[in-house]
Design a protein around this ligand. Structure first.
Ligand code: SF4
Length: 241
């Protein structure tokens, strides 16, 4: 079961109290709190966008053994993979790479490599959601880089959130802006994603991402022209509080 907890773990958190305590905390302090409370049963997911990269950099200094999980869908931009390799090499991230359960050849034969154009929800389910779902078994806390200002679907992101199965999501950058993340990278000598300067404000799989236009939401370039706004990894679990 996703997020199922070992018998020996501490009782559920008093979320209201925890969120009061962490509301104005710096992301590094949220990470320290999370590591003290949940290590070794916690992970960070990172798609090598700037938010995940900033968190990976912070976390590597606080708790270098925490897995930094990258879901390799097989559809990423080559620039993202090169950026990932460069940062892992420079900063020693403890990278764990997940792959779709269905082998690429089987996926191509069964669904076609253009499934994203016909049924992006199914494509994301097979290539992103399922691999992560499997990896989350036994995980109690999942750190990620969501921010409230990323768009309408993320306005209610809390610093600590409770989900079905006893899983907690930790969102240390909930109150940051993209500018805060950019300055963090600058301050620490971390390069930006090579596509960022070409207008890609949010970067996912290549076939489903375009640069954003002036005045658009940061995530407007994801699945542009369709109703889809999320890949599904943040929506397959029911939020409890
Ligand atoms: S983002 Fe696009 S290519 Fe990537 S898994 Fe989802 S539908 Fe497929």
């Amino acid at each position: 079961m996703v997020g199922s907890a070992p018998a020996s773990v501490a009782p559920p958190l008093d979320l209201e109290a925890v969120n009061r305590q962490l509301a104005a905390a710096a992301p590094e302090d949220v990470l320290k709190w999370a590591c003290t409370r949940f290590e070794p049963d916690l992970i960070l997911t990172c798609s090598f966008q700037h938010d995940g990269v900033a968190l990976a950099h912070m976390l590597t200094q606080i708790a270098p053994k925490v897995p930094i999980v990258f879901i390799n869908t097989g559809f990423h931009f080559p620039e993202t993979l090169a950026y990932r390799d460069d940062l892992v090499h420079r900063f020693g991230f403890n990278l764990v790479e997940l792959h779709p359960v269905m082998p690429r050849e089987e996926f191509a034969a069964k669904h076609g490599l253009d499934l994203y154009a016909r049924d992006p929800d199914l494509c994301c389910q097979i290539n992103k959601v399922e691999p992560l779902k499997r990896y989350l078994v036994g995980v109690r806390a999942w750190i990620n880089g969501r921010r409230r200002d990323q768009g309408i679907t993320r306005q209610d992101v809390g610093v600590v959130e409770a989900y079905e199965g006893g899983l907690y999501k930790i969102n240390p950058l909930a109150s940051w802006t993209s500018r805060d993340t950019f300055y963090y990278l600058q301050r620490h000598g971390i390069p930006t994603h090579p596509l960022f300067e070409r207008g890609y404000a949010s970067i996912g799989c290549a076939p489903c991402t375009r640069p954003v236009l002036a005045g658009e939401d940061e995530r407007a370039g994801r699945w542009a022209g369709s109703d889809k706004t999320e890949c599904g990894i943040h929506t397959f679990l029911e939020r409890k509080a």
